[in-house]
Design a protein around this ligand. Structure first.
Ligand code: DHB
Length: 392
C-alpha cells in the first residue's frame, strides 16, 4: 500500500487533518486501533474556540454544530460567595465560543470522511512506524481482519494521543519533554437535569474548584476538584450534590439543578509538551505532542490549530516541492502551544486549592479573581485566550 500522508490516529487531529488534506486534493490513509463506535461514544471536552468553529464552518463541517451546538458569549467566575461575568464579544471584537461535544465533532468528521470516499481503517493493531528520517517513512500494522500491511508514505502525521506510538518511535535524544503534574484531579459527572446556568461557571471555594458546564438542555456536565487518588466509589450521588451545593453557594442562595447522575469519572491533571513536534518526515499533532490540564478547555482546540498549520505546510510541499513550511511546522505550532499551556496552567492555578498551600496563597488567588473580574485589561486577557488566540 502507498499513500501521500499516513495518519496514525482517528481523533480530532487525525480526522481533521485528513479532511483538510482531502480539500486540497492530497490523499491520506487514517488508521486507529479503536472501533468507530468507541471513538464516537467516548465523552471528552465540549468547548470550541471561535477559530475552531470557523475552521469547521469554512470546511463544510459546521451544519449540525450550527443546529445543535450552543453559542456562549461569556463565562462566570464565582468566588467569595458571588459571581462575576466575563463578557467575550465586548472584550474580543465580537468573538464567542461554542459548546458542542468533541464526540459530536468526531461523528461529523467521520461522516465527512466516509462521504469523500477517503481511506479510514479502524481496529488495526500492532502499529509501528519506521524509516522516519528517509523520504519514504512507513507504517506497519495488522488490519482488523488480521492481515499484515505496510503503508509507504511521503509523510506521516502522528495524531495518536497521549500514549502515542509515533512519539515513542522517535529516538529519545531527539526530543525534549516538559511536564508538570498537578496535585489534584477532576471528578466529572454527567446528569439528566436542566441547565443550572445559561453560561459556564468556574468556581473557587475554600473546599476547592467546581465547574458547571452543559451538553444539552437535558444533559449537564459538572466537575469538582478531588484528590487524584480518590475513587468514584467513594462518591454516592447525595455526597456529590452536597459538595456542588457547598462549592457553588452564593450569598443570595444559588443552588445547582440536580438530577440522576449517569456517569462518574476522575481525571488526572498535567501539563506536557514535547519539542520539537517533528522528526524527519514524522509530524506530531494534538495530544501526542502536548497535554493541557482541562481548565479552560484548550485540548481539542490546540489539536485543530496544529493540523491547520500542518495541512498548509503539506499543501505547499505538494504544490511547489518545497519543504520550507514543513521545516517550520514545529516552531510555528509550538508558539501557540506554549501560550495555551500558559493559559491552562494559569486558569488551573487561579481556580484550585493546592494541598499544603497556605492561607496567603489562597488570598492571592481571591485577589487575582477580583482583579480579573474588575479590571477591563485583565478581563480582556482572559477573554482573548478563552475564545482562542490567532491560529498562527
Ligand atoms: C468543559 C471542560 C473544560 O475543561 C472546561 O474548561 C469547560 C467545559 C466541559 O467538558 O464541558
Amino acid at each position: 500500500m502507498r499513500t501521500q500522508v499516513g495518519i496514525v490516529g482517528a481523533g480530532p487531529a487525525g480526522l481533521l487533518l485528513a479532511h483538510l488534506l482531502n480539500l486540497r486534493g492530497i490523499e491520506s490513509v487514517v488508521l486507529d486501533i479503536r472501533s468507530r463506535a468507541e471513538i464516537e461514544a467516548t465523552i471528552r471536552a465540549g468547548v470550541l474556540e471561535q477559530g475552531t468553529v470557523d475552521v469547521l464552518n469554512e470546511t463544510g463541517l459546521g451544519e449540525r454544530m450550527g443546529r445543535e451546538g450552543f453559542q456562549h458569549h461569556g463565562i462566570e467566575l464565582r468566588f467569595g460567595g458571588r459571581g462575576q461575568r466575563i463578557d467575550f464579544p465586548s472584550l474580543t471584537g465580537g468573538k464567542s465560543v461554542m459548546v458542542y461535544a468533541q464526540h459530536e465533532v468526531l461523528k461529523d468528521l467521520i461522516q465527512a470522511r466516509v462521504d469523500s470516499g477517503g481511506s479510514m481503517l479502524f481496529e488495526v493493531s500492532h502499529v509501528s512506524v519506521y524509516d522516519l528520517d528517509t523520504s519514504s517513512p512507513k507504517i506497519r500494522f495488522r488490519t482488523r481482519e488480521g492481515a499484515l500491511e505496510e503503508l509507504a508514505c511521503d509523510h506521516i502525521a502522528g495524531c495518536d494521543g497521549t500514549n502515542s506510538v509515533c512519539r515513542r518511535s522517535v529516538p529519545e535524544e531527539a526530543l525534549t519533554v516538559y511536564e508538570k503534574v498537578y496535585p489534584f484531579g477532576w471528578f466529572g459527572i454527567l446528569c439528566n437535569a436542566p441547565p443550572s446556568s445559561s453560561e459556564l461557571i468556574y468556581a473557587l471555594h475554600e473546599r476547592g474548584f467546581a465547574l458547571v458546564s452543559t451538553r444539552s438542555p437535558e444533559i449537564q456536565r459538572m466537575y469538582f476538584q478531588v484528590d487524584p487518588g480518590d475513587k468514584v466509589e467513594n462518591w454516592p450521588d447525595d455526597r456529590i450534590w452536597a459538595e456542588f451545593r457547598r462549592r457553588l453557594a452564593t450569598d443570595d442562595g444559588w443552588k445547582p439543578k440536580e438530577g440522576p447522575i449517569f456517569s462518574k469519572v476522575i481525571v488526572g491533571m498535567r501539563s506536557f509538551v514535547v519539542e520539537p513536534m517533528q522528526y524527519g518526515r514524522l509530524y506530531l499533532a494534538g495530544d501526542c505532542a502536548h497535554v493541557v490540564p482541562p481548565t479552560g478547555a484548550k485540548g481539542l482546540n490546540l489539536a485543530v490549530a496544529d493540523v491547520r498549520v500542518l495541512a498548509q505546510a503539506l499543501a505547499e510541499f505538494y504544490r511547489t516541492g518545497s519543504s520550507e513550511q514543513l521545516a517550520r511546522y514545529s516552531a510555528t505550532a509550538l508558539r501557540r502551544v506554549w501560550k495555551a499551556e500558559r493559559f491552562s496552567w494559569w486558569m488551573t492555578s487561579m481556580l484550585h486549592r493546592f494541598p499544603g498551600g497556605d492561607e496567603f496563597q489562597y488570598r492571592m488567588q481571591l485577589a487575582e479573581l477580583d482583579y480579573v473580574t474588575s479590571s477591563p485589561a485583565a478581563a480582556t486577557a482572559l477573554a482573548e485566550n478563552y475564545v482562542g488566540l490567532p491560529m498562527g
